[in-house]
Each structure stands twice: as structure tokens, then as C-alpha cells.
Ligand binder design. Sequence first.
Ligand code: GLC
Length: 802
Amino acid sequence: MDNSEALLQGKSRDDSSDYNKLQGILNYRIRNNKIIFEFKHAEAVIKFLSADSFRLIMAHSNQSINYRSTPAVIKHNLSYDNFDIKEKDNQIIIETEKLLLKVKKDKFLLKVYDKKGNLIHQDYSNHALGWKKQKVRAWKSFKNNERFYGLGEKTGWLDKKGRRYEMWNHDTFVPHVDDTDPLYQSIPFLISYSPENSYGIYFDNSYRSFFDLGSEGQDYYSFWAEGGDLDYYFLNGPSIKEVIQKYSNITGRMPLPPKWSLGYHQSRYSYYPQAEVEQLVKTFRDKEIPCDAFHFDIHYMDEYKIYTWDEDRFPDPEAMFTNMADNGIKGVTIIDPGVKRDPEYKLYQEGMENDYFCKYLDGKVFIDKVWPGKCAFPDFTQSEVRDWWAGLQKDYVELGIKGIWNDMNEPAVFNKTDTMDVNVMHQNDGDPGTHRRFHNLYGFLEDKATFEGLKESLENERPFVLTRSGFAGIQRYSAVWTGDNRSFWDHIKIAMPMLMNLGMSGVSFCGTDVGGFTGNSNGELLTRWTQMGAFVPFFRNHCEVRAISQEPWSFGAKHEKIIKKYIELRYKLITHLYNLFYQASQTGIPVMRPLIMEFPEDQKCENLSDQFMIGESLLVAPVYQPDQKKRMLYLPEGKWIDFWTKEIYQGGDHIIVDAPLDTLPLFVRAGSIIPLNKKLNYVEEEKIESLKLNIFLTEDNNLGNYSLYDDDGISYNYQDGIYNLTDFNYQYTDNQIIFNIERTEENYQQEFKDYKLIFNNLNKDPQNIYVDGNNLNEFIYSDNTLEFKVPVVINKITIGLS
Ligand code: GLC
């Protein structure tokens, strides 16, 4: 009986009882810092990576442990040996500097304690690990107050508890509703949060897998895969941020993106002919609506053959990209993995001649339909195929293209299963396996090839890759957009928890199609969506072939004006956003964050799904219903400042604020320093010579700091140390403000010549201002706002107040 039949009969679909369970440790030994446990027909190993993280692997059916990781994992040699191990009663006790593990010998049940003796994680009380034919499974207990985050791109609320989720990359065109699953990405990484302690479980298995987080009201959660190894990493926090740092240490962090890619992207399926694109460039520039990139969907190709151009529609792509570049707009072209089966098509010939395509065991190439009709699919598990693919980027780069948009790479196939036959083989550089093992890695490996190829061809420029499909670690190669959403109000709402969880799953650079992909958008919807999009890490307006136009001006002057204002705001914040991307590249901590990450003790934030933080200081509460003039939102403890009115709010409660169509509720945490630029038409339009630093004071708030990273925004010179780091901090006391500027790294020829300091909500008269001991006479003080300029070289400002 399959699960759906079981459900129809009102039976549980949980088949836990059918599994063989790991029991009875016969023996254990330590080899190369690994603790190896022997069982009758199985083996398990615990390997510490640090004092508070370990990897656990089980091998069953008389197989021995296989230490093979998926390509998601980049840190293979993390090892920690400072542990003690002893046996007591029926338990094996392992102690590190930070954790105490107790393993029950009869059933291999694991309990993890912190050094204060608090139980922070435990296996389910009946069984811990098991297998059923090729399936491998783990069962864990959870507490009532435990919440779950992560799992990548999933529908539903911020807290993932109470549902079952599937990891199987899928082209999901049906409307994404609360329980639509799976979507395009598979990231088997779970964060367990409770106010006392958070930990992460990364299940390093690329087969189709599941996480059941109590979907039938069980008091345990469980994860399993249809093949491969039971191989997971336990990563203790204790904070969510530390969990993410540890996870991204293992699976990698996003590289610094080219700064232009943080700008506004305009797309549709599809812009053509060339004259239309040229008109589009002109319209953006005439209207002075900022824009950094146009995306070219499948109609640019000749019969949807990738790496070709339809010469009637685009007689001179190079000239078009030059014109775009002259206007500050980069070109990003779509690529699908399917290579049209056409004996006269060069790519197909090359793939066939060199044996680059996926085949069945009997040698037959897998052929099935996508946009171009019958296609063959490159076997990206082979490094020589990835090299071939990487090499294909060169011609595009020479045309002037700066980014590649990898679509349909689940891979999507127009057949009953929506993908490749699972029996197709992948050669994987001598460690072959079927598509069951490699399906979830298909897009990931294509993105790796694309990223590396672009990087090579762009020489000292950073590439931009956008992908629909991916696996854990995808952040190393690509930004992610959440596929085919609809022009529904609800899709503004579901985007928030989806993107926040993607961020917590390592993918900082993510976004949704602003305005909605399928269906017709409208002025109000696009306006509200753009307000949110201006704060989402990847900001692209895109819509389907049948949809009406949804460029910023498509719905009349009233909406255009507001949409423009928010795209401009994005550009004013670009230095701040780039700084947050830098932090993500260093720590893995996402740009867009759920409030619980910043306020981990505030229960009201635990499942707060319709607001988010950008960094530590900006709270965004988008409007996601039509006809709204007000928005209720929650401000955590502390003081908050309305970004628009500068009004001060006391947090700790819900508030209702005015939110007419031109207002996105936006709040700044008191004390914050936020850089703002002048409006730009595109990121590289001109150097920002005067950087505004906005300081958000409140009466009783007297401390603030900000650390600013800057470099040229495009090259890899930062890897040779060519960047600056500047720390700003201030103290606001009864009678003075002391503002310090300290440059901790100074190797990049800084573009800022001066800082314009703007102290908001200063309700005491400035008497005198000393800049490095010299009196400054030029300042403006009105409406409780003090503004003045200082050259970047100075170190200390003292403002006397009365
Ligand atoms: C897929 C993509 C969509 C794209 C379309 C045509 O549906 O998700 O973004 O526009 O294919 O290429």
C-alpha cells in the first residue's frame, strides 16, 4: 500500500515499524579520531569536527562505512580529538570541551548535553537509526517548545513543524500554496530552535529524502532517504546564527557577488526583438528608473537551442549588449540544460561525439522533451563535461554577457515524472550511480560548471549565476530565485518565510519574481511587491509569456512613481546591502533574516512569518493584501524609529501603522548607523564620493556601531587584500556625542571622499563640534536633525550638547 492509499483508508503513513533498527553495540574502537561502533549487521561512526559538532554515519546490511560525501561538503578534514570516552552502566559517555554525549548500548540511542548538563538533543526513545532495503532513517525526539527552520525552499510558515517535506527537485508549475511540495531546490538542512539552545542537522544525502516534523502529531521527528548513507552532521549553536555559521563552514558561503547584481533586474518571458530591448533601455534611462540588468528568456535562441541566437530577432547581439553596457545595463541570458537532438546542431554533435550525455546502462542516450523538443542532457557529474560546459561561457562573455540564468535544471522534462528517468546513469568521474542518486545534484553541478566557466572567461570580474534548482551548498555558485510563482497577493506573503528559510539554509542571495510570474499583475500588486522586493536580496521583476506587461511603468503614472521611489531606495541602500552581502560571504549569516534570529529570546518572533530583518537594523513589514491603508506589525523589545517619519516607538508589542499605497512600513532599530547613498541609475554609474551615514538616536539610546566593508565591487582584487574596513562607533551621553572612526584595513583607494553624518532625533542643541580637535562651523541643525560633512581621513568627532 503506498502512502496515498494508506491515507485514504485513514491509516498512518508512518512506516517506522517496518524498519530494521540499529541495536546492541557489540564493540567500539577509536581510529583516527573516529569512534567506530560495531553491531550485528551494521556499523556506525561518530567523528567530531569540533568540540560542539560531529558527523554520524551508519552503514547497514553488512556494508562497511563509506566516508563519501556529496559535493555539498567542502570541509573534509575538520577533526577534533580532544574527547574522553568511558563506559558506565549501559552507556558509552563521550565528553568534549563543550558537549557530553551519552550513547545507550542496547539501542544506540544518543543524548547530547551541554557542559552545564542541559539536554539539548536526543534520539527518539524507541529507536534511533534504521534501514529498510535501501532506505535509511533516523528518529529524533522533540520538545513542545521546539521550532524548526531551514529546509531550504519550502512553502508554509516560518516554523516548519507539523508537516512532512520532500527533497526532490521538481518543476512545480501548479500554484504554490501552503502545502505544495517539493519545489525546485533540495537543502536537507534543519535547524532546531528552542529558547535555551538551537542546533542544526545536515543530512548529507542526495537521494530523494524526507523530513517528517510531526505531520501526524507524533512526539518525534524523523528524516530518511531512499538510498545512500545515513550520514548526518550535528551542529550545535547554541544560537541560530552559530548553527548557520557552522553549516556554512561545511557547505561553503556565497562568494562576494558583483555589486551590480544587487541592483534591480528586469525580465520577462521574453524580450524580443532587439529593437524592443533597445527601447527598453531607453525607457529606463529616459524615466530615470534605476536598473542594472536585463534577462533574456528562451526566445532569444534559435529554436530554443542553447548557446545560439535567433538571427531574425537579434541581428546583432553584440551591438545590443554594447548599447546596454553604455547605458549601464548588463545582460543575463537563460540557459536550459537540454540540448536539442538535432544532428546539425554543433552542441549536440559535440556532446554525442564526446560521450557527454546521460545514458542508460545499455548505452542508450536518454532523450526526452523540453522546450526545443527532443533533447539530450549533459552528464554534469563528469568533470570533463563540466569543463566543456564551462568553456561554452566564453562566446557569451565575448558577446558582452555578464551573467547566466540556469533554468529547468531539476532537470525539468515534459513527461509523466517531470524529470529524467531515475534509471539513467551518471558516470561521476568513475563512481557511477543512477539518477536516483544524482537527481538533486543535477542543477548544482550545472551551476558549478557555469560559475567556473564564467569566472574564467570574465577574467578578473565576478560572475553572476542565477539558478532555479540546487542542493545544499548551492550558495557557492549561484543566486536562487523561487521559480514560477503567480501574480497572487498570497505569493507576496509566502515568499517571506520561504526566503527567510532559504537564507537560514545558507542561500543568502535569493528572491522571488517581483510582480508574479504567471497571470496578470496589476498596479497595486506590483507596487506592493516592489516595495518588498527592494529589500529582498535578489531583486528581479519577471513574468510569463502570456502575462501582460509589468515593467515599472505598465500601470500608469501613479504606480510608476511609487515603484520608482522604492527602486531608488534600493540604490540608496546599496552600500549597506553590499556590506551585508560581505558579511554573508564571511559568516554565512543571511542578509534577509527572520526576527527570531535577532531576538532569540522573544517568543512572539518564533513563527513571525510576515516581517523580516535586513541585517541587524532594518525591520521590514510589507503589505501583502489589497486595499490596505494600515498594517499591523510586531516590534520586539527596545526602541524603534519609523524610517519615514523618524517617530520613535517603544517595542515589545504589536502596533498598527499607516501604510497607504506609497508607504512600506520600515523601522530602524534605535542606535543603528545606516549608510545611504544618493540615488544612482545603476550601481557603477558614478563613484559615491559623499557617503551619508544616518545615525538613528533616541533619547536614552547612547551607543551604536557599524563596520563598513568596501572594495571596487567587481574584481577579485579583494582576495589580494585590496579592500577597506572601517569601524564607526559613537557614545551619546547627557552633554555630548563622541563619534569615532577607525580604519582597520585600508588598502583600497577609497571612493568616498567624505562622510555626511546625519544624527536623527537629536533633541539637544549642538553647541560645538570638534573634528580631530578642530572646530567645525559648518553644520545644519533643524527639526532635531544635525547634519555635517567630514573628510574620510578623520578619527574623532566630539559634539557638545546643551
Ligand atoms: C520556466 C522558468 C521561467 C521562464 C520559463 C521560460 O517556467 O521558471 O522563469 O520564464 O521557464 O523559459
